[in-house]
Design a protein around this ligand. Sequence first.
Ligand SMILES: Cc1cc2nc3c(=O)[nH]c(=O)nc-3n(C[C@H](O)[C@H](O)[C@H](O)COP(=O)(O)OP(=O)(O)OC[C@H]3O[C@@H](n4cnc5c(N)ncnc54)[C@H](O)[C@@H]3O)c2cc1C
Length: 495
Amino acid sequence: MQLPEPVAERLQRKPQVVKALVKRLGADAVLHEDADLIVYESDGVPAYRQRPMAVVLPASTEEVVAAVKVCREHEVPIVPWGAGTGLSGGALSLADGVTISFGRMNRVVEIDYDNRCARVQPGVTNLRITQAVQDAGMYYAPDPSSQIACSIGGNVAENSGGVHCLKYGMTTNNLLGLEMVLPDGEVVRVGGKVYDAAGYDLLGVMTGSEGMLGIITEVTVRLLTKPETARVVLAVFDSIAAAGQAVADVIGAGMVPAGMEIMDHLSIVASEEYARAGYPTDAETILLVELDGPASEVDEQFDRMKGVLQQNGATEIRISHTEAERLKLWSGRKAAFPAMGRLSPDYYCMDGTIPRSALAHVLTKIGEFSHKYGLRVANVFHAGDGNLHPLVLYDGNVPGELEKAEQLGTEILKLCVDVGGVLTGEHGVGVEKRDLMAYQFGEVDLNQQQRVKCSFDPDALLNPGKVFPTLHRCAELGRMHIHRGEEKFPHLPRF
Ligand SMILES: Cc1cc2nc3c(=O)[nH]c(=O)nc-3n(C[C@H](O)[C@H](O)[C@H](O)COP(=O)(O)OP(=O)(O)OC[C@H]3O[C@@H](n4cnc5c(N)ncnc54)[C@H](O)[C@@H]3O)c2cc1C
């Protein structure tokens, strides 16, 4: 394949870039041989592959700064990499870029029980935070199904969610502070141990910024006390639309369970063979609902909810009686994505979010799309949040199947936008949804978003090529005509 000229030109700088990185960080912190780089060829979307020019493994913020400065001096772009579990190609390496991987920055720096927070390095896995505080009866709430592997830096960059985010919020609601390195090498801190900070909400801007505004080198997260009781309800339905309606009705009735997840027949069968969680394999759909809080409240919620589930046609309702049973029921859901390997060599995971009231309609339409394209679609998703994860099953070795899967996925995401939803709930835009951004946002919106990018990273050093369908140079944006209308405050300075 012929590389575009600027890429080929930057690639020629590889020997100098590697030499400078080795000089600043040491040889064992720099990977540049093909056999080592292959690990960084793709993230959680193996359909898209690209080996980086080099990979850096910093062990401290100072080493991140050193790496950024080398890249800046040699004008090569940087891609931050947490654990590479992302499902939108956000960490996809660049042929002419340096990937900064956080595997070595994996220390829990401080646990502050008085202030109910923990300071951790970005490479710490999500689950490890809870493991570090569980003996004190505490935990970190957002729990992506990938939590044994994904990094907290990646969680912040994607604003990740999980089963318990319905009640406890996404990453953004459980984040207190960040340390980050800006593209010019400056180290800044935003937020801290307190619940609010003066000035603009830069923490909010950084959360979900997909490695495009700054490199996260430390994260302060909020810790919660474990609820007194938690129980999982499993309800069986004859159709996915009925289960979707039940979710909308439970929440419409004023109940907010800790989590509400739907699995359809395909995902039940795949995950049951793999995890043996005790799911009924003849069920068309199951709904898993976690209820938590004081024991008496959980009992009362269960009684109320049972009525709503039955009104929506639940044919069987069970509830966990022990902690082991609860964890077993969740184990099947958490293993559902990897279990797809039992059904198909490849899957393409979508991530649209819709108003809960549209669940039944959209799920029915997804079934129709599946029929139209002749590809199976498994549905396993955060139903309470309206966050869909249709998994389009395909075989990458069959010519044309990936393209068909992408077209089917595009129809699903467009439908999500059409019913008032959004392209992504938690996996980010990355490269995978980049070209659909213009379906959701108008030009003015996109330009405004790009202005934020330019104010942090005017030279497009960080993760270029992601998120924006057409990236204007920042200089071009500055020259754009902005209609100011009547000058109301002529005495105020302009910037
Ligand atoms: C089986 C499976 C189940 C999943 N389940 C869920 C789920 O339930 N909920 C959910 O939200 N997601 C889920 N995901 C998606 C994925 O795990 C999350 O998006 C996760 O947050 C990615 O973390 P990571 O460390 O792997 O990041 P990566 O994939 O390495 O990177 C993701 C993005 O973050 C950026 N980034 C990484 N580290 C930094 C840093 N230190 N500073 C700045 N930018 C950085 C990268 O450039 C990239 O844009 C799942 C993935 C898999 C494979």
